[in-house]
Design a binder for this molecule. Structure first.
Ligand SMILES: Nc1nc2c(ncn2[C@@H]2O[C@H](COP(=O)(O)OP(=O)(O)O[C@H]3O[C@H](CO)[C@@H](O)[C@H](O)[C@@H]3O)[C@@H](O)[C@H]2O)c(=O)[nH]1
Ligand SMILES: [Mg+2]
Length: 195
């Protein structure tokens, strides 16, 4: 017997231009057992991965700054400070984050640790982001980073002190969700382990 609380009744593609925007019609079984018809728009850009590169000895992190159009059209100057990140494009999260971190920051990544995967905007976007932490050393730098110009990327690499980065979360100079989560994960680790 089908016990699912959801029955999809129709699926309409609203846009398949760069990524995929669909409208789903479905019946949802409410907690009282009754069924209710609903529709929701769902944006599918695949899944992603992100990493906080940190150096424990120097007490620094490597972040990037780039232009993000969706923030610009929502009353923000558009240049966002973020942890390196990329879409999976059919690679595994770990494979992808190594490639992306090197492409964006110029640092080759050694050991990485996956900490969790999270839905970042579950009311509208399918994406689940895989979160990683990785230590870097100055000698791991193999290029300038910056991303791929042919894809429109123009990425500035920033090396910041831990404390400065955490203060920038408080001051509103760092406003990207995944980056705030990663910096706070680092802060928890610093507190727990007494760095
Ligand atoms: N032409 C065109 N290019 C696009 C479009 N949308 C994205 N791109 C390009 O596609 C590439 C995607 O770059 P990635 O580095 O793989 O992804 P990202 O944009 O950094 O995404 C990461 O961060 C996001 C925000 O936190 C995450 O949502 C995502 O999962 C990932 O972690 C970028 O060059 C971007 O400009 C579009 O509509 N049109
Ligand atoms: Mg990226």
């Amino acid at each position: 017997m089908d016990n699912s609380p959801v029955r999809i009744t129709a699926e309409e593609t609203l846009s398949d231009s760069w990524y995929l925007l669909k409208k789903y019609s479905f019946d949802l079984r409410r907690r009282d057992g009754s069924w209710q018809a609903q529709t929701r728009e769902v944006y599918d850009r695949g899944n992603g991965a992100t990493i906080l590169l940190y150096n424990r000895g120097q007490r620094t992190v490597l972040l990037i700054r780039q232009f993000r159009m969706p923030t610009f059209v929502n009353d923000y100057p558009g240049y966002l400070i973020e942890a390196a990140a990329g879409l999976l494009d059919n690679a595994s999260p770990e494979e992808r984050i190594r490639l992306e971190a090197e492409e964006e920051t110029g640092y080759r990544v050694g050991h990485v640790e996956q900490i969790y995967a999270a839905f970042m905007s579950p009311g509208s976007v399918t994406e689940r982001i895989h979160f990683f932490m990785g230590e870097y050393q100055p000698g791991d730098r193999v290029g300038a980073g910056g991303g791929l110009e042919e894809e429109g990327e123009d990425i500035e690499v920033l090396e910041l002190g831990f404390e400065q980065a955490l203060e920038m979360v408080q001051s509103g100079d760092i406003v990207d969700g995944k980056t705030i989560m990663l910096l706070q994960h680092l802060e928890l680790r610093m507190l727990k382990e007494g760095w």
